[in-house]
Write a protein that binds this ligand. Structure first.
Ligand code: GSH
Length: 215
């Protein structure tokens, strides 16, 4: 069986799994998680502990969780830049992956979920708290970027940062002229990330808080 990724083209965590696959130029089958393909939903329900995506299937091997998918691809493609060869740089890479997932992607998703759950009346307190948490994460990242640089090639960090910064900016604007705003632009210009942005464009109308007219 060939390599396959289960996910949805509009999903931020799916981008995190797609970016390394595109970057490595791998031939894979994309299996859409949507009601149009109930067999894919049934697979995910059994494969992932929470039925979430992305999920990578490589022959008899199933890998859940976007970070683990990237770690797996790095092991299978030892010449890649996904995880730096230098152990200390690898620690920093893994640290930033957690920062982007736990404090940027997570808080962006809190705003999205508040809109999905609340419909016409989203929980404004939850939205305000999530946006404040995003501003705090932005300040931490701005400070980090003042003293450090990301790995220059596509790495685990870029795979986590590109989708999380893309969507987080839609719910809480990253300050214009900041290092973080420049990083967002730089990451989204990477061919693998830009392909995700373009492929997701038809779904923008479904962004629960409403997609801005930019990007
Ligand atoms: N911790 C998971 C998070 C994955 C996740 O939240 N995926 C969302 C899409 S972006 C999802 O599956 N949503 C559908 C659902 O929860 O049923 C990872 O890193 O892969």
């Amino acid at each position: 069986m060939m390599l396959a990724l289960y996910g949805h083209l509009f999903s931020s965590y799916t981008w995190k799994g797609l970016i390394p696959l595109y970057e490595l130029g791998l031939d894979f089958e994309f299996r859409e998680a949507s009601p149009a393909f109930p067999e894919n939903g049934a697979f995910l329900a059994g494969a992932h502990p929470a039925g979430k995506f992305p999920v990578l299937v490589d022959g008899d091997t199933t890998i859940v969780e976007a970070t683990a998918i990237i770690e797996y691809l790095a092991v299978k493609h030892p010449g890649s830049t996904l995880i730096p060869a230098d152990p200390m740089q690898a620690v920093t890479t893994r640290m930033l992956d957690r920062v982007f997932d736990n404090y940027v992607m997570h808080n962006m998703n809190r705003v999205v979920m508040a809109h999905i759950l609340g419909g016409e009346n989203p929980d404004q307190g939850e939205i305000a708290n999530a946006r404040e948490a995003l501003r705090r994460a932005y300040r931490w990242l701005e400070e980090w970027l003042e003293h450090n640089r990301l790995p220059p090639h596509v790495s685990l960090v870029s795979c986590a940062a590109a989708p999380s910064l893309f969507y987080a900016d839609w719910v809480e604007r990253i300050p214009e002229g900041s290092r973080l705003a420049a990083l967002r632009a730089e990451l989204l210009a990477l061919p693998a990330a830009s392909r995700c942005v373009e492929d997701a464009r038809p779904f923008r109308g479904y962004f629960p808080p409403g997609a801005p007219d930019r990007d």
